[in-house]
Design a protein around this ligand. Structure first.
Ligand code: URA
Length: 305
């Protein structure tokens, strides 16, 4: 596939993902895996391959005609009859989605406003030069902890750093970040007044979606950041943030426009700025989501009296 075609395909897949469509092409997804395990497994080698964790494009089943059926070679040796029973014990564990609310009880003691900065710094130090998940070995340059006011009333959570963020060590500083800055300004706020973080703190290679093991490993730190900052409102940017914060996979259409809860904050879901760059027609919809947030916070758009 040419570079351009590959880019187009990637953009299309990302577009579908932003809309909450996941199961087209990936293995490792619990729903996909379950459906696949329910298929009968024909031979030993098919069974062995079926349990491999590889990413494959869907393949069109060949059409069998009477004449082609006659030419299918028969196995010379009888196939060992073990795979079906072996698979049950060697099945990969299906990662469970657990909401941030269910991951840990809310802390009993809250940080005073003046102590929040140091508390966040302590979390950053604990992360250190992290090697807890595979992203540490996937070309990461800088760990992207967060940016903004430790006492912010409003927190944005994105998916994971891109190339610019990975180079600078700050979230949302590339093109999507510029759009996020504009969204924040349109709400009558400054970037320095909000807190911005991501589901994962290291850049996934080629900006792919973080794998569950990566997101789940990193969640403990984001959870503690939320508990320190204690924002009044969290805005989940895109479906990866919504999926992990809320602990359920659902289309954005079903999650937008209503309030959810997360660690004592009200949580709203909107489109990821990178999606809005790909499909600017949805900016009006995103603005509706932000207006819901502004109403809750008592904010007025600049110049609107
Ligand atoms: N996209 C994200 O989800 N996060 C960033 O920090 C940048 C781009």
């Amino acid at each position: 596939m040419t570079g351009e075609a590959e880019q187009q395909l990637r953009a299309y897949v990302e577009y579908l993902r932003d809309l909450g469509v996941y199961n087209l092409y990936r293995r490792g997804d619990p729903v996909f895996e379950k459906a696949e395990q329910e298929q009968p497994v024909a031979t030993a080698s098919a069974a062995a391959h079926a349990s491999e964790q590889v990413t494959v494009a869907p393949v069109q089943a060949p059409v069998l005609t009477a004449s082609s059926m006659r030419t299918i070679p028969q196995p010379a040796q009888p196939t060992p009859a073990t795979p079906l029973t072996l698979r049950a014990s060697s099945e990969p564990e299906i990662p469970k989605l657990i909401s941030f609310n269910d991951l840990a009880p809310l802390p009993e003691v809250r940080h005073e406003p003046a102590a929040k900065s140091a508390a966040l710094e302590a979390i950053r130090e604990e992360i250190g030069d992290c090697t807890r998940c595979p992203l540490a070995y996937a070309g990461r340059h800088k760990i992207v902890f967060a940016d903004g006011d430790p006492n912010a009333r409003l927190m944005f959570v994105g998916e994971g750093p891109g190339a610019d963020e990975d180079a600078q060590g700050l979230p949302f500083v590339g093109k999507a970040g510029q759009l996020l800055n504009n969204m924040i300004t349109a709400m009558g706020l400054k970037r320095e007044q909000v807190y911005i973080a991501n589901i994962v703190k290291c850049r996934p290679p080629a900006n792919r979606v973080p794998e569950p093991v990566e997101a789940n490993t990193c969640s403990q730190f984001l959870l503690r950041q939320i508990d320190v900052v204690q924002p009044q409102i969290i805005v989940a940017l895109g479906s990866t943030a919504a999926t992990y914060l809320l602990g359920r996979k659902q289309s954005l259409a079903g999650l937008r426009g209503i309030w959810h809860s997360c660690r004592g904050a009200k949580l709203a879901v909107t489109y990821h700025p990178a999606f809005l760059l790909r499909d600017p027609r949805q900016k009006g919809e995103a603005w509706k989501d932000l207006q819901m947030v502004m109403k809750e916070m008592g904010l007025k758009a600049p110049g609107k009296g």
